[in-house]
Design a protein around this ligand. Sequence first.
Ligand code: 5AD
Ligand code: SF4
Length: 447
Amino acid sequence: MHYRSYLIESFGCQMNLSDSERIASQLESLGCISVTDHEQADIIVMNTCCVRESAENRIFGRIGALKRLKTKNPDKVIIVAGCLAQKDQESIFRRASHVDIVLGTQNIDRLAEIINEKQRRKHWVESADYALDGLGESIGENRHAGVSAWIPVMYGCDNYCSYCIVPYVRGRERSRSTESILKEICAFAESGGKEVTLLGQNVNSYGKNLPGDWDFPRLLAEVDQIEGIRRVRFMTSHPKDFGDALIQVMATGKNICKHLHLPVQSGCNELLQRMNRRYTTEEYHRHVERLRTAIPEVSLTTDIIVGFPGETDEMFEQTLAFVAEMKFDAAFTFLYSQRSGTPAATMDEQVPHAVKQARLQHLMDLQNEISLAVNQYWVEKSVEVLADGPSKSDPSTYSGRTDQNKLVLWPTTPEDYPGRFATVRITSAQTFLLRGIAESERTGMQI
Ligand code: 5AD
Ligand code: SF4
């Protein structure tokens, strides 16, 4: 059987998007091209997430929906990859017998080989082998198209936050070799790339398993020197490993974006301790103070979980007070989700769903007010925006992002194209975006 086309559905975080790019490279090495129609695709990959139960249920729904296509065309290959594949392995075949391949998180680079051999067996489970020390170093360079690329710098996580399943499905922390990272980014820059986002579950512990004295600030400074790359982003930072060395590089770098995603998870020290986060709200506060002093106009985003086991009204109030004080640009807020196998799943005092939901709503209302107020700062200012393309719902509007990672919309001008750096004068602010008018390149006047 010769496979000609593929379609990948990606769920979850940026690391999954990056893995999807690697999956796509593997499939393209087999001669397949990307298509958008499920009926037409010879190979369908579901690249899954299991960080919360809600994601999991949605994905099983999507996998179930593929059964009809497989019945109609039994030659179609259905692959389930990613974190849920790693977690549930064989049981995915029981729940969805039309699935052909379950691919663990550490076997992406073997996908082409696995498909080539597929005819010989019915079901395949390719799960992780965490014993492979230094696996990160063997991860090859990927080719990227377009102007922006996700660049994984490390895999896995050793932090074992008590609510989180990631360390169990992505294995031990492994840094990728600096040489390989820089090579990939240089090749991307040569092909017209302008923006990179360095990815890892905890980028601040980059380099721990590498020879030499590589650490994340040093890597970031090195990436900042690559010619052609105009924006360098990174995520995610863990507050326990965040510090002045990184602030220094962010402040003095030429192309490092003024944006930090620093998940706080809770504004209550007792809960932070039970979450095994290993920092206090006071320490977090100090990081933010130093950051904001060193980099005026820096934007700060965070993640917060509500309804962690044992969270009382009073503890939740502490989180609200902390959020009010920090004035985050944006917060990703989550209902705590019980993940079996994690320590928090068996803790006493699980919070009832209705209570969690009410708290989440309260927190979102507060943060939305803050985001709107913070965004007002940009009104009447001119900002440099990296243009993405016309808005899908309204082609007369163009969209792009600022250095601070704020979404900006403006009326499309003849000068706009994806990948252009446009200067946009902001005219109004909303909770999740800014609106403005592009200034003409030639005259500096608004059009
Ligand atoms: N329940 C709710 N949110 C979770 N996260 C991770 N695990 C869970 C869970 N069990 C959130 C954290 C993390 C983000 C990526 O997902 O806030 O920073
Ligand atoms: Fe999960 Fe904590 Fe690791 Fe983030 S740092 S992936 S929340 S265990």
